[in-house]
Design a protein around this ligand. Sequence first.
Ligand code: DP6
Length: 313
Amino acid sequence: MQTTAIAHSNIALLKYWGKQDGPGNRPATPSLSITLDALTTTTTVEDAHADALRLNGCAIRDAKIERTLAEWRRDCAIGPLAISSRNNFPTAAGLASSASGFAALATAIDAHCGLRLSAGERSAMARRGSASAARSIHGGFVALAAPNWRGAQVLAPDAWPLAVVVAITASEPKAVSSTAGMERSKATSPYFGAWTEAASADFEILKAAITHRDFDALAELAEASCLKMHALMLSSRPPLIYWHGATVECLRTLRELRAGGCRVFGTVDAGPQVKAVCERQDVEQVEAALQDVPGVESTLRSGLGGGARVTDS
Ligand code: DP6
């Protein structure tokens, strides 16, 4: 018997960077994201004699997945599983493959093993693997915040149907994982205290911009959150420089477009890709401008997507 689930990647508008001490993989700061319909992980699980993992058709070992499965098994009856997962986008290159990956895996295992979890419980389960995965359980605009650190939908995808253009400037996996990078920032960046102190206020303001569908406020706040997170990364020791030259050039291009009246802003995670968030009528102009930036290898376009779901059982 096999069970297959699909989950979409998400990108943070308000960034999570840094964890609380102690178990449970709880973020140090709240975050807000949008779920992307075009970037997916499809995961199939089936009973096996021993755990086995395939990613994009290749047998692999993955310490993070093995550790997460061991944690889940402390709370739930989950037997040995053959897991096969496929991403339709570059893995571990700053496109949130761990978010869609753990959301799809938690959703497939919940259904396969008859755990009967609520969406909130599944989100907490996914968070143990990767905190951003807690957000991919839901579609549209999603918050991940205290006290329970479970994702919650703020707006459905069709309530404010923004578009996203991803500019891929390199497709190889990143040198320092998000988990290791945020630990380094917490331990060494002189700005980490200021980042956590401002987080609750930043969250409330950005959430209000979303509920009021105020694009200009969203653009300013999301861009500020991204650049603040990269200031933490750059001020870590040794520094975390995820950007390439083309990353900066894409951000500059998007700011110029916005100054000319186009409703767009850029955001960058722990990798060199730039995600441009815009209103739907501007998506062609935005994609054409990013394709013209030297160093951009390709672009992909997405709308906002739904939550993780079982497709076949
Ligand atoms: C820069 O969720 O990948 O994308 O919980 O350690 O697995 P772990 O980290 P992860 O970090 C995501 C960091 C980010 C910002 C964000 O998505 O909020």
